[in-house]
Every structure is written in structure tokens, then in C-alpha cells.
Design a protein around this ligand. Sequence first.
Ligand SMILES: C[S@@+](CC[C@H](N)C(=O)[O-])C[C@H]1O[C@@H](n2cnc3c(N)ncnc32)[C@H](O)[C@@H]1O
Length: 273
Amino acid sequence: MRVKELIEFGTKYLKETSEIPNKEARILLAHLLKKDLLWLVTHDMDELTCKEEYVKLLERRGQHEPIEYITNKASFYGEDFYVDERVLIPRPETEILINKVILTCKDIKAPHIVEIGCGSGIISIMLSKLLEDAKVIALDISKDAIEVAKINAQALHVKQNLEFIQSDLLSNLKLEKFDILVSNPPYIADDEPLHVGLSYEPDLALFGGSVGDEILKRIIDAFIARDIKVLACEMGYDQRDKITNYLKQYELEAEFYKDLAGIDRGFIIKKGA
Ligand SMILES: C[S@@+](CC[C@H](N)C(=O)[O-])C[C@H]1O[C@@H](n2cnc3c(N)ncnc32)[C@H](O)[C@@H]1O
């Protein structure tokens, strides 16, 4: 079949699964051929013999496997990150969390930053790249996630100012003093019904406990117990009141922020503010 016929075939195949079937059909074919999307345009009349392998990729996508796991690639903050089923697929709203941390760091010389739950490494890696004088420590309870994050750190040439440690929250972190603790933790309730595509992502990255906010609260406790000035966290759309109430015992208030859809998405807490 010709390139353009394969794309038409793929587009039809993905109509039920995808909101952007033509784009995904092209991405999967380009991935299979190890070419870019432009190549498909300039070679649309080429005859190919890869239909069988292409159908295998379409079948995976047809069963709602996220395209990022099929291509092992996710775009985030203008960079390509390697991803597989060991880590959460980066979400665009997490770019806002990174921007909040950068803003907080603007008056801090050589900020010390620690991240809980680095997953694929997107947050720590971008902060290491964008804040060249920062020292960043990325933690995750999952050894698998740390392996993926290290692949990304190497591919994106981040080494000197970034260290990875396997740790349950801050338990394996020796240093006490940090300027900022950042986290996009799991915050979905264990029994929340999820879209079928999410079933491919690791449970450890999604579920925060029977209510959903348990890990968030443990992160707040860990922040209080250490000499850390600022906590910047992503959270679920319905967790604002729960966080506000939880902070009362510490006589602290959070500054909440919304995502681009106007939905509550995270908060910043500053000690002594
Ligand atoms: C929602 S994912 C976020 C991954 C990545 N930071 C991102 O924004 O895409 C949460 C991460 O927290 C990790 N995690 C879950 N429980 C943890 C714990 N108790 N201590 C440290 N990391 C934990 C998971 O393994 C997962 O990689």
C-alpha cells in the first residue's frame, strides 16, 4: 500500500478510539518507519510493505493504550521525554507547577530543590535545565520510575545539578535544609472509576489512598517537619477545601492556582508568609 493509503486506513481504524484519528494514524506510521511527520507528506506515494506491523500498532491504540506508551515519547515543556508503562505520562498542566517554582526561585541564589515522586523526571529535569545554579534532588518510591528518569536526564544532558534517590517521601533524604519542595503526587481516590486509557499507567502514580488526598497530607506533614521554606504541589480539582482545612492545625494558608481550563490544580505554601 502507498503511504497515503496506509494513513487513510489508520485514520478509519482509529475513528472510534481517538479524537484526532488522522494525526494519531500519521504519528504511528512515522514511528514505525522511524521517520518524521514531514517525511510522510513528501513520500505520500511511496509503496510500503509494513501493513502488518502497522496494524499491530493500530490494534494497541484501538485498545486505548496511550499513544505515548506505543511510541515511547511524550512532549513536555518543549522537550521530548522517553516514557513507558513504568511512569505517568506527563500532563500539560504540570508545566504550570514548574513555572510557579521558577517564579518562587527568582530571588533565591542557587536554590536547593527537592521533588517527591519524580516519575519520568519531567519536573526535576526541567528545573535543572531552566535554573542552572539550582541543586535538585529527585525522589521516587519506585525504582522503575527512577530508571526512566535517569534515561531522560542523560538524553537531555542534565547531570551535574541533579541527583536521583529512591525514597518513600523524604525518608531517605539526608539533608534537612531546602528552599523548595515540589511534588505532583498521586491524588486520585483508590476506588474512583477511571477512563480505560488510565489503566495502562502505574497505580503508584495515580492513587493517593482511599480518600485520595492521603499522600498530599503526608507531603504537607513532611514539609512541616523539615527545614524547607516553600511547598509547591499539584492536586485534584476537588481537594482545595480539604487542603485548606488540613493546614489549619499548622496555622498555615495555601495560595491556590488554577489550570488553563480554570480548574483548581495546585497550591503553594510559604512558611512564615
Ligand atoms: C503523579 S506521578 C508524577 C510523576 C511526575 N513527577 C510527573 O509530574 O509526571 C506520582 C509519582 O509519585 C511516586 N510516588 C508515589 N508514592 C510515593 C511515595 N510514598 N514516595 C515517593 N514517591 C511516590 C510514584 O511512583 C509516581 O512516580
